[in-house]
Design a protein around this ligand. Structure first.
Ligand SMILES: Nc1nc2c(c(=O)[nH]1)N[C@H]1C(S)=C(S)[C@@H](COP(=O)(O)O)O[C@H]1N2
Ligand SMILES: [Mo]
Length: 170
């Protein structure tokens, strides 16, 4: 009986953690196929140029509205990514590189090097510094990513980014 109760309590606790998916992040690293691992804390990010952004309707994979992000400000993701020197022997091979963004709940999104640095999409991927009038140090989503021009905006809206891993197709 005691064992059963213990199991039940652990199960409930685990489900609660899994459901909230909430592990606020105050920094992220850029690692993988880079010359040097870099870490960006919210204070480091504060030194980048921010821009005011239009409201963003977050839609799921079938296009249903989840919620709307308002009063947004953000830093272009590529302004930060450019600081990490890639382990590439020549410019041509950059077409083989990609960035995997990872949250502590193991949610992942992928951007190719070309998508970020060689298409208009790259001008629309932001690290949010302000949401709903709150600075990112105060939001539950902390360091979050948005891709303003996606058809379904939920997929590449990442809450709580913890890591960016640079990979190479081979
Ligand atoms: N860290 C993290 N961010 C995430 C997800 C997730 O599971 N973990 N799910 C994504 C998906 S698929 C969608 S549709 C939206 C949903 O946003 P909401 O859960 O805030 O409504 O969040 C995105 N950001
Ligand atoms: Mo989704």
């Amino acid at each position: 009986m005691k064992v059963a109760i213990c199991c039940l309590i652990s199960l409930i606790a685990f489900r609660t953690i899994a459901q909230t998916n909430n592990f606020p992040t105050d920094k992220f690293t850029i690692e993988g196929k880079v010359k040097q691992v870099l870490t960006f804390s919210t204070s480091d990010l504060d030194t980048f140029k921010t821009k005011s952004l239009p409201d963003l309707i977050i839609t799921d994979h079938i296009g249903s509205v989840r919620h709307t992000l308002t009063h947004l400000r953000g830093i272009l993701l590529k302004d930060v990514l450019v600081k990490a020197e890639l382990d590439a022997e020549n410019p041509k091979v950059l077409s083989e590189f990609y960035y995997v963004l990872e949250a502590p709940d193991n949610y992942k999104i992928v951007f190719s090097w070309n998508e970020i640095f060689n298409t208009e999409t790259g001008n629309n991927i932001y690290i949010l510094t302000d949401e709903d009038g709150k600075n990112y140090k105060q939001t539950d989503e902390r360091i979050a990513i948005v891709t303003m021009t996606d058809f379904r905006t939920g997929r590449r809206h990442m809450r709580n980014i913890g890591k960016i891993i640079v990979g190479r197709a081979n």
